[in-house]
Design a protein around this ligand. Sequence first.
Ligand code: SF4
Length: 699
Amino acid sequence: VAEIGAPDRSAITTCAYCGVGCTFRAEMKGDQLVRMVPWKEGKANRGHSCVKGRFAWGYATHRERILNPMIRESIDQPWREVSWEEAFAYAASELKRIQTQYGRLSIGGITSSRCTNEETFLVQKLVRQGFGNNNVDTCARVCHSPTGYGLKTTFGTSAGTQDFDSVEHADVMLVIGANPTDGHPVFASRMKQRLRAKNGQAGAKLIVIDPRRIDMVHSPHIEAAHHLPLRPGTNVAVLTAMAHVIVTEGLADEAFIRERCDWDEYQDWADFVSRPQHSPEFLAPVTGVDPAELRDAARLYATGGNAAIYYGLGVTEHSQGSSTVMAIANLAMATGNIGRPGVGVNPLRGQNNVQGACDMGSFPHELSGYRHISDAETRRLFEQDWGVHLDSEPGLRIPNMLDAAVDGVFKAIYIQGEDILQSDPNTSHVAAGLSAMECVIVHDLFLNETANYAHIFLPGSTFLEKDGTFTNAERRIQPVRKVMEPLNGLADWEVTQELARALDLDWNYAHPSEIMDEIARLTPTFAGVSFARLDELGSIQWPANDAAPKGTPVMHIDGFVRGLGKFVVTDYVPTDEKTGPRFPLLLTTGRILSHYNVGAQTRRTANTAWHPEDRLEIHPQDAEDRGVRDGDWVRLASRSGETTLRALITDRVAPGVVYTTFHHPATQANVVTTDYSDWATNCPEYKVTAVQVIPSNGP
Ligand code: SF4
């Protein structure tokens, strides 16, 4: 403070990184952000923060930000700076030309989980109203789309059941496919507080299901009761074995099931999981998990009191991602662990607004509030409001758009705030899809990897430069408040609005609050949300409407949103990605504390000093077998491609498993990942890739 002096203005706003959604006071001096102070009143963080939200904001004014629109006729030409007017006019003329030439369905758009609810709502509206189709998708496609499918199917709504405060009432926590210490640090601290014994009160018990020995398995004052280090790709088998123990040992909560769930469906499921081939012992060769340990973990989950499940992308990013989400929901219903504080099914959302982007109708099959596009009544509501006819058929998902581009029938895309070349699987296929398009519009802060294939670049704005809302992992809608004018002259919602106007749409939003008013008007779960209400309450957890004027911290208390809870038989189906002599190891991927996803933001901050490169974790035995020493360069090869990075020898991973992060473009970890994806949602199977590791001289 002495060095930089007192700030001259500030605003209470929400972190732009992860789904915890910490509140900060952003302090400005002149045209520079000088400090992010964790806000004690923040409901999600209560004055705490991690090294990303607190320190990793230098990207906001980084010299590499692009502040002027640019166009080029082909990607082998240099960029040419143009005025906003010329950029919008050129984009609109290209989109119209392509639709005239190739048809209405030849273009689409991608929304961003880093943008506000209001901005994502506008992008999907632009696609539906302006492009005249449902070819809109969001980056949740590659992370939590199975959560949407699985929880909607079983419970009736695509969201976590609890608020963060609920963890204080948990007696047992089951953490599966998540590494909260790195991915959701502030909430991880709350989990750890509950796991520690204090004031004579016993701490909660912890079960971890993860191929890696994540930090929470064994950290100061915390020892997991059970760690099940399963073979990557066998989540459903492990959960089925746990269900087998619960049902065959008479640990199911039949009173709860009879009252709250479909009893016939439960019986079908119980018959299925009770089969001998679903016992922990029978499945052990598949899962690699000690059957006795698994049995004890299942007993603890079923009988240890309030039991809460927390999960992340280690659940969803599999060919059976949606099945795994439903298997988790089955466990919670079978044991009555739903509908009160301390229990539930809690997806730990990755990006700050992944919940919101999904809520806003960014999927090709759903309008805002998770209402299917085939529902005539819902369509009529939007059609009357927007004055258009809406297609009743779902549009293309991101991977389908890329496939269609390679096939020559999808020709143009508007991508807001996502670097699909780096973040999506099988990089060479993504590049082939983008290369085949005649108009790629990238709307972003930086010339990212995807922009190498773009024809039009529209500069983006940071969370500091706009008003709006983000929705965190506990369905909490929180304000984002402007503390500086957009460096490029336009906030992201204004860019989309101007593009819509260039396409002859009559959009006249004067402020994001008007967009939220429209969202509330069209979305029953948001009916009680407005900027004024958010200023009054600080935040609101949806559903917020006449039935719940102050929002809903815990869902499904008296009944499931869908009526009766639905048990779904989830048969374990092995992934098609197989190890073999050429590719004998299994690669799985994840994040590290100081960085965030593809690193577009954090690599442009001091945080990069803590983790300047991606490393490959490899077990000492596997390293020795290959003559690899700690820090050596290795070649990581799969059937899709190969990359080079340094080895980190650790027994945190089991023999036969290697692990890396995907934060640095020099590594491009997704060069090696496969085309396999979740059967229901196409969420890529990032977590299982058969690979070989070979000593290398470096890149
Ligand atoms: Fe931001 Fe998540 Fe860190 Fe909170 S825990 S400061 S929301 S990155």
